[in-house]
Design a protein around this ligand. Structure first.
Ligand code: NA7
Length: 534
């Protein structure tokens, strides 16, 4: 039996869109299956108020197409979700790939047929499509998780996870609103809705180290200057470990006199974007002593911004140092607690007992709400894979293969799953970086791989457990270098709401984008060492 399509890509986000474009250029019959009713992925789903980039807008857009770069204008240094969604739609139309995207198609299962060398992709609506090559572009933060709190389903008011924020406007004015969760999402939503709602109660389990985003508009002239500097902007992103404009200072903190260090830290704190996290002295994220000193500096900043000292102390993390978890970037987040109608509940002091029909009950009583917003995060990186039944050779499922840890070769293939390419999957650099630059490298590499296969007349690619194990050791070896791996967070595979995700898992490659790019380029140079072709 011959497959209906050469390639199916699951997901019409940034990654799926670019992969589709490249495969079509190679002359393959490729199609995208997307659960949403439009493209955009992360930017399609996350419509909550306050959702915006923490990457500079012009460092987030695709770099590969000069026409798109010349025509698209960003209106803010850190674009808000509606504009970013418009951007993705603009790109899709500019590339002319929309007609190759099928919307409203949620993939339930994908099973490899060894005899016919094809994948059978099953949709939740009962339809099946077949392909020779299956690409996953399913996102790393696309499997939202709700908290395991008794009575959640009993609540009679409105409630949803931030990822499922409705497309139609949600009234906020005068309403009693609860937000559970104070990660990057919670912080954005809290700061945005605080002035708009009647009453806001924030349920915080662990505070995060947040820092000012310092967003501002981009005028016409500035946009022209940005357009004229795109080559330098993208070159800079390629040179930094995380693909952002901000890279570490190549000095240790203690090499710099204290006054100079403090002046630099104040400058970082007051400047836009991730510089405060990723543009710091290199030892701040590696040496516990340096990290403690910088954390104390940020703690004082929090104290200086929150009028009530008791609330300020509650907002200062005690269990981890600055930057060892994802740093939420904020605009007036700390100041939100100045409104008399905004309340902070520390669930360590007064634990949530249950959710009732009317509100949230903690150990000190019931608060009633009209709306509960769950900003409780994601079954990150592996969750989107676990929600699809991938069945490879001999009936083995990916869930079984990844039971303890994800196992991949270079993050792009899994032993026993021929012709499955896991774009931006676990153990790639993209996960810990500014997504689009890493995506571009991964997609271009995969496109070259398929061009090589076409030239050689191959129709099957697979890898082996030996190469998987080798890559796993490489991923592990760079884990020890960073303080990030000493702190539970989604970066390190934790999620308190998912069974079994209460331990460190090697879900990302932390060696940085340049090293990852070099590694996959070397493999390509060696005629794709570690892959077996037929
Ligand atoms: P995060 O960063 O995983 O944050 C989830 C938040 O929800 C975090 O504060 C959690 O507290 C809290 N949470 C989760 N479950 C519970 C329960 N059961 N009770 C109380 N509080 C809970 O997800 P985000 O969506 O904010 O950010 C994800 C990424 O999206 C972000 O890094 C950006 O890259 C974009 P905890 O800290 O676990 O104690």
């Amino acid at each position: 039996m011959k497959a209906e399509h050469d390639a199916i890509i699951i997901g019409a986000g940034i990654c799926g869109t670019y992969m589709l474009h490249k495969l079509l250029k190679l002359g393959l019959d490729a199609t995208v299956l997307e659960a949403g009713d439009g493209p955009g992925g992360t930017w399609y789903w996350n419509r909550y108020p306050g959702a915006r980039f923490d990457s500079e807008s012009y460092s987030y857009g695709f770099s590969f197409n000069k026409e798109i770069l010349a025509e698209w204008n960003w209106s803010e240094h850190f674009s808000a979700q509606p504009e970013t969604l418009r951007y993705v739609n603009f790109v899709v139309d500019k590339l002319g790939v929309r007609e190759h995207m099928q919307f409203g198609c949620r993939v339930k299962a994908a099973r490899f047929d060894d005899a016919d060398n094809l994948w059978r992709v099953e949709l939740t609506d009962g339809r099946t499509q077949t392909c020779t090559y299956l690409f996953t572009a399913i996102g790393m933060l696309s499997a939202p998780t709700l908290p395991n709190i008794e009575g959640r389903e009993r609540f009679k008011g409105e409630s949803f996870h931030t990822y499922h924020w409705p497309q139609e406007p949600v009234p906020l004015e005068g309403r009693r609103v609860a937000v559970i969760g104070t990660g990057a999402t919670g912080v954005q939503v809290i700061a945005d809705i605080a002035p708009k709602v009647g009453e806001l109660t924030v349920y915080q389990r662990r505070p995060n180290w947040c820092a000012p985003l310092k967003n501002s508009p981009i005028g016409d002239e500035e946009m022209q200057r940005i357009k004229a500097s795109y080559d330098e902007i993208f070159a800079q992103c390629r040179a930094t470990p995380n693909g952002f404009l901000h890279g570490p200072v190549r000095k240790d903190m203690h090499e710099v006199p204290e006054a100079e260090r403090l002046a630099f830290w104040n400058e970082l704190y007051d400047s836009p974007g991730f510089g405060v996290w990723l543009g710091n002295y290199r030892d701040v994220l590696m040496d516990p002593e340096a990290n403690a000193e910088f954390s104390a500096f940020i703690a004082d900043k929090i104290r200086s911004r929150v009028a009530d000292p008791a609330i300020a102390e509650k907002l200062i993390p005690r269990d981890h140092g600055f930057g060892t978890r994802r740093v939420p970037m904020e605009t007036h987040y700390y100041e939100a607690y100045h409104y008399p109608h905004v309340h902070l509940v520390d669930v360590n002091e007064t634990p949530i007992k249950r959710i009732t029909e009317t509100g949230i009950e903690t150990s000190d009583g019931l608060r009633e709400f009209d709306l509960i917003i769950y900003a409780t995060g994601f079954d990150a990186i592996t969750g989107a894979f676990d929600r699809i039944e991938f069945e490879g050779l001999n009936g083995e499922t990916l869930r079984q293969h990844w039971q303890d840890e994800p196992m991949t070769y270079l993050g792009v293939q899994v032993a026993g799953f021929p012709n499955l390419i896991t774009l931006a999957g676990p153990q790639q650099a993209s996960v810990a970086t500014n997504f689009p630059p890493a995506i571009e490298s991964a997609v271009e590499w995969a496109s070259d791989l398929f061009s090589f296969m076409q030239e050689q007349g191959y129709t099957r690619i697979e890898t082996t457990q030996d190469f998987e194990q080798q890559w796993f050791e490489e991923v592990k070896s760079v884990y020890d270098m960073s303080l990030i791996t000493k702190t539970p967070s989604w970066f390190t595979g934790y999620n308190s709401n998912v069974a079994g995700h209460d331990k460190l898992r090697h879900v990302i490659y932390l060696g940085g984008s340049p090293a990852y790019r070099q590694r996959i380029a070397d493999v390509a140079q060696k005629a794709y060492e570690g892959f077996i072709f037929h």
